[in-house]
Write a protein that binds this ligand. Structure first.
Ligand code: ZN
Length: 148
């Protein structure tokens, strides 16, 4: 799962969740990604600290592709979808709190049973984990502060 920060031609910012970078490219090419505010299909990615993907799946910079108009394309309720995914992740993971970097490492190096965990990490800790090739996803506090 990849979170992209997206921006429409009217400068509205929103997040989109995709199974892979190819999925994002395909959906954008088919004009399936719509701005939740104005229904614009001219969507670009914008760089942000909230983009968190495994090292192996960081997509190459993309060139904008022509967008066709499909008036009957489904309008994705991006925020509701994101929230649903995050709530599911939270329900299926153990909260290890500040021990997250340590636990993630143990699981990665098979010193602990493989399981889904969630918790907090500083930017420095997150960078270090990523450099070790440990895959995880960061979500903005916005989504999790009511749920922990
Ligand atoms: Zn918009």
């Amino acid at each position: 799962m990849i979170v992209y920060d997206l921006i429409c031609a009217q400068q509205h910012r929103f997040e989109g969740w995709f199974g892979s970078s190819e999925e994002f490219t395909r959906q954008r090419g088919d004009a399936l990604i719509r701005c939740p505010m104005c229904d614009d299909a001219k969507i670009e990615r914008r760089p942000s600290a909230n983009i968190q993907v495994g090292r192996a799946t960081i997509p190459a910079p993309e060139t904008p592709s022509p967008v066709t108009e499909h008036k009957d394309a489904p309008v994705a309720n991006v925020e509701a979808q994101a929230l649903k995914v995050i709530r599911r992740l939270i329900a299926e993971t153990d909260n290890v709190g500040r021990a997250f970097p340590e636990e993630a490492r143990k699981i990665h190096y098979e010193e602990a049973p493989k399981r889904g965990i969630r918790g907090q990490a500083t930017h420095e800790e997150a960078d270090a984990l990523r450099e070790e090739g440990i895959e995880f996803m960061s979500v903005p506090d916005l989504f999790t502060r009511d749920l922990n």
